[in-house]
Design a protein around this ligand. Sequence first.
Ligand code: LLP
Length: 410
Amino acid sequence: MCLSIAEEQLIELAKRFGTPLYVYDEKRIRENFGEFRAAFPGAKICYAYKANTSLAICSILRQEGAAADVVSQGELRMALKVGVKPEDIIFTNNAKTKEELEFAIDSGVIIDVDSLDELNSISEIGKPAKISFRVNPAVDPKTHPKIATGMKDSKFGLHLENDIALEAYKKAKELGIEIAGVQMHIGSQITDMTAFEDATKKLMDFVLQLKESGITLKFIDIGGGLGISYEGEDTPKPKDLAAKVLPIIKEYYTKIGYESELWLEPGRYLVANAGVLLCQVQSVKKTPYKNFVNVDCGFNTLARPVLYDSFHRIKVLGKKGSEETYDIAGNICESGDILGKDRELPAVEKGDVLAVLDAGAYGFSMASQYNCRPRPAEILVRENSVEVIRERETWDDLWRGETVPDDLNK
Ligand code: LLP
């Protein structure tokens, strides 16, 4: 099991709190953060809130010393709410609204600028802002195309080519806007370290170019993206990433003539393997072609398999062996709603509790009420207690804020 929570305890939690249920292991989250901290001593580790924005989880990471990478006014408000200091928050997004920019400026966070139009919007607001620019290093991170973000044709960042990013920095300087740093994020679930190396070289080359143009930076942010092992295979750890990128950065510091802070933005690595999604088998159906295990959650609860064809290990709690091949079918009325295909599992029966592993990142944060299903509860397993950190939604939550014009009630 990837968690330090025993299978019997998970079955007990499913009984006590109902299913579907997200369960997180506090100890594992702290350990994951510790791995990053040890691998990158002195660096600012900005937890990417989008991976899991539950306040308790963000608070654990804040206690460990995490800064925050946020992508919307909502995430920014979450980071402030859990007590992250404004100077430890970087706000990245390719389409920030004027209202979001103003809120970010007033809050005193770093705005990671994605376009010249955005730079102009900041200048038009006319209040002192602190910025970095997101640059596009044009590398292929060899991950799922939907989550590769620093390719030459990606929508994010200012390209290094044709001095596009360089001109943007000069423009910011001309406008008198405080330049704090540079940022990139090349993609997510990256397990091949080559793209990190290539992108870091390109980024450091650019920092050197900036220095030659009289622009120095407080920080260099190499983004997030370190993958995890969804299939149980060996994948690089924070220390392996550090072994690749830190020597490059150090070498450049000598050429550049000064050292800046190093920032990182891990999301998935910190929380993915600390969470499981529990669901219950409602029926087992054998067809002439396939065996289906029908469970009480679907892609409204965990969107990753449908969106990215992602693989999550699935365990039948309390049972061992691999006797039959099943498709684990979600309860959403679409044929694509399969949580796991062709899985060899012990004989599954109605009532069994299944655990979908590594569901702590991009699980609940991407959940919806599609098909009018209230979103599940979230549970935190602590050293000496179990806490409900988010209650299961109620039927009222399904129609909260809706209005039916009077004549339609007749
Ligand atoms: N920084 C920025 C600017 C990002 O856009 C992201 C993720 C991260 C950091 C954190 O990346 P991580 O360390 O978690 O890989 N929903 C997808 C993942 C989307 C990631 C988007 N950006 C999934 O379930 O695989």
